[in-house]
Design a protein around this ligand. Sequence first.
Ligand code: ME8
Length: 532
Amino acid sequence: MRGRNFCFITTPIFYVNAAPHIGHLYSAVIADAYHRLKRLDGYGHTIFSTGTDEHGTKIQDAAKKNKQTLKDYCDGMSLCYRTTFEKFNVGFTDYIRTTDERHKKAVHHFWDCIKSKGHIYQGKYAGWYCISEEAFLSEGQLTEKPGPDGKLQKVSAETGHPVEWTEEENFMFRLSSFQNDLLYWLKDDHIVQPLKFHKQLVSWIQDDSLMQDISISRSKERVHWGIPVPDNSDQTIYVWLEALVNYLSVVGYPDNQFQRFWPPDVQVIGKDILKFHGIYWPAFLMAAGLDPPRTLFCHSHWTVNQEKMSKSKNNIVDPNDMLQTYGSNGFRYFLLREGTPHSDANFSATKVKNILNSELADSLGNLLNRCCSHAVNPKQIFPLYNQDSFAKYCESDAKKLISHLTSLPDAVKQHFEAFNFYKGIDAIIASIHEANKFFEYQKPWVLAKSSATSDHLEIVLHVTMETLRVCGILLQPIVPELSNILLSKLNIPSSQRMWCHIKPLSWEQAGERHLFSISEAPAVLYQRMQKK
Ligand code: ME8
């Protein structure tokens, strides 16, 4: 049985045939932000898994090309993904590799389970096979384009990768018998988010040609790098079936404990793998008598100059370059600020710089810096709320700001829970803009010059710093390190940074707060980038 404060979140496991790019990082950062949101909301038992997909022909070929043994190659690449994610504060609780022994055990058990329930049979399979997608494709999924020799060749219509005619004796999975169960599962139209992808998935499942039984093994001769079919070492388990089981491996399947976290609450995926996660995966689970995921969050892609990132176009954006230029939290901010789940987002260095300069450096950072400066805040305090001063000096000017702030926490939470991080960030930044206007209008640097105006000064500082405190707490899922700098500068103890500490706003609860000094640490939140 699931406890109330349990949560299980996953990312895809990434192919090690190439180094990570910003698209991979984007999936990981979305899942991380959601995980942090849950932790801040009091979820005490969480699993957040990511990792690498290391079997199959693509990986065999990549290791060969790199003149490395398969093991060395996979170890190196898997570590590269892991360290990249770590550098960007992706706080996964488990990192699974499909070459882990625990995974092999889970896959074998899963195979035996669906076989014993009669969902696997042996059959001859003949069809067009796409190595890059590791899948047989139907005629409707193919098109033709000139090959390297100029002759027309059949390719996958979706990805443009070549296919080859293949005939094999394989194990087959009775996918066709799950059509109705899948449609029933999708009756709740919140299962796949955003709705656009939910609708797309339903229409695929209604299409009989996509719901044919599928081959779930390959001859060992062709794919030797993989997990063998139990009791039949001539066949290797189809990489997609094997890879999907990683989500069970991380919760300790088949040991009974895994039920504590099953089914996953949120599985973050890109739109390219919706078919595998929205059709095959739930069908495999239903075949094993297990619940399908509660939510599939399917995001769109990053493009560069409106084009797909690819090695051949030489336009891959490397997260490590982003780290050097924008810092880990700067780039996380950009990804979640500009990435929209429902449609592709375009990467451009100018856009990153403009957003970070204007929002993190000029609006947020500058406000923190100003209200902590000695010229404006000579006592170096986060002053207490004072009802009389508020009514006398600020009430009318701060109206808009306070109405913003009062509704902000709930609005942000709703947006973040719906994976609309960009909308949540937009609301936070709008409050910061309001606070900047209020600060400018009140001119605290003038008030600081005379002790006669100290009550007025303190209430202006209080309202501004309170805005920063609320926004700092709300930004933790997006930019954990920057939020920490901000909240630490204001001297907000770590124990007071949970979602439940945001409200009620302190100006309604003056008695509960204590006057405290701000920290002496420098208040530079984000260094403005200059023109090159
Ligand atoms: O498909 N923009 O791995 P993969 C945004 N191993 N996200 C992108 C992206 C882009 N341009 N390109 C890739 C696989 N992604 C399988 C998954 S899961 C059991 C097995 C992200 O290395 C996105 O999440 O090709 C996409 O689904 C994933 O990386 C594919 O990574």
